[in-house]
Design a protein around this ligand. Structure first.
Ligand SMILES: Cc1ncc(COP(=O)(O)O)c(C=O)c1O
Length: 398
């Protein structure tokens, strides 16, 4: 049978990147004891009040059709949240979606098409290439350099721009690097975008997981960038609720008007009972984000300390998010080769950096969502494998 070209464009973007993870799951199912540090899913439970609110709303009949933009309760909560730092935003600046991922997909469909380029930092979150190429556009990579702590630099961005480029994708805090862009960096990037008339799509799904000594900044709050910035986010990470699939896009009113029919065509609205729970999540303080911030920061530091006495594995301390990158290039193996050896020899599953773009080929991505002692055990095994690999190589060449 014949299929549309989108199926080909997305065919190579999925399972290959997760092969180590899939093999680890297979081994676990077969009864093997594997430490899994692959996927970044919050390891705290959402507050009971949120689950009760979703159930209450469902039982009280909030199961009818919604509208394309979002339920009034969520729109009000979003206006309250964002107007604290950008007075004047209204419900017309928002569209609700079932998660950041859906928001990214629909936003990209509304901004670019075949022949267009989308600038994106490399390393990058694993679904971004799919999001870009689903629209027919192609990614144009901006290197994120370890020596800049993986922060996108305005001059790297400007050098990468080609005539077809229409959009810059930002992600702060960044997955997989944990980089958090500061206001000056965003302003400099914004200046390039203004000069080249580029949209900014900023994925802020880890906004609440910025570690305490770093300040979160967003182009959404910069008046000179307001007409070209679209933020996408959700309650998946902030409220440990990825399964609820509740997110949004925030952007100029004209953008929201233009995108509304696209969103309606695809979704026909989101679920009212989840909207009520989301409104509660956004309107009150809950313990999940502070707990995760404290835990992930402590674990990143613990992981870093494990490698203090060696230069074989170099931890890249994150400023936010739920991951840490380890540079294993000094072992002579790529991240992918190292990850397979680690699974086979040490029963530890990690993501090869290359799954997040070629600039991360020499790295491993470690999820910080396991208890401290499990993480330290895994880090010790990584250190042991690195030493063994290098010793074996030394003997072979002696
Ligand atoms: C950078 C980034 N964006 C988006 C998502 C997806 O978020 P959501 O659950 O809101 O669709 C993730 C999930 O891991 C992510 O890491």
């Amino acid at each position: 049978m014949r299929y549309a070209s989108i199926t080909d464009r997305l065919a190579d973007l999925g399972s290959g990147r997760w092969a180590v993870h899939a093999e680890a799951r297979r081994m676990k199912a077969a009864g093997e004891d594997v430490i899994e540090l692959t996927i970044g899913e919050p390891d705290v439970a959402p507050d009971r009040a949120l689950l009760d609110e979703a159930a209450r709303a469902m039982h009280s009949g909030r199961i009818r059709y919604s509208n394309g933009r979002g339920e009034p309760s969520v729109l009000k909560a979003l206006v309250d949240k964002y107007s604290k730092r950008r007075p004047g935003v209204t419900a017309e600046n928002f569209l609700c979606f079932p998660g950041t991922q859906a928001a990214l997909y629909i936003v990209m469909a509304g901004l670019v098409e075949a022949g267009d380029g989308v600038l994106v930092g490399n390393p990058l979150y694993a679904t971004y290439e799919g999001v870009i190429s689903s629209s027919g556009a192609h990614p144009v990579y901006v290197p994120l350099r370890p020596e800049n702590r993986f922060h996108m630099q305005a001059d790297d961005l400007e050098r990468a721009i080609t005539p077809e480029c229409r959009v810059v994708m930002l992600n702060t805090p960044h997955n997989p690097t944990g980089a958090v862009l500061n206001a000056a960096e965003i302003a400099a990037i914004g200046e390039v975008c203004r000069r080249h008339d580029l949209w900014i799509v900023c994925d802020e799904v880890y906004e609440q997981l910025v570690f305490d000594d770093t300040t979160f900044a967003s182009p959404f709050y910069m008046p000179e960038l307001a007409d070209r910035t679209i933020v996408v986010s959700s309650i998946s990470k902030s409220h440990a609720a990825p399964g609820f699939r509740s997110g949004w896009a925030a952007g100029p009113t004209e953008f929201c008007q233009k995108l509304l029919p696209v969103s309606e065509t695809m979704l026909f609205g989101v679920q009212p009972f989840i909207a009520d729970m989301t409104a509660m999540a956004l309107s009150q303080d809950f313990h999940m984000a502070p707990t995760m911030r404290t835990n992930y920061r402590r674990r990143a530091e613990l992981a870093g300390q494990t490698f203090a006495g060696t230069n074989l594995v170099k931890p890249m301390l994150p400023e936010g998010g739920m991951f840490i990158l380890l540079d294993v290039s000094a072992t002579g193996l790529t991240g992918l080769e190292f990850a397979w050896e680690l699974l086979r020899q040490e029963r530890v599953a990690v993501m090869p950096g290359g799954s997040f773009g070629h600039e991360a080929n020499g790295f491993l991505r470690i999820s910080l969502t396991v208890p401290d002692d499990v993480l330290v055990t895994a880090m010790n095994r990584i250190g042991a494998l690195a030493s063994r690999l290098v010793e074996t190589k030394r003997r072979a060449s002696a």
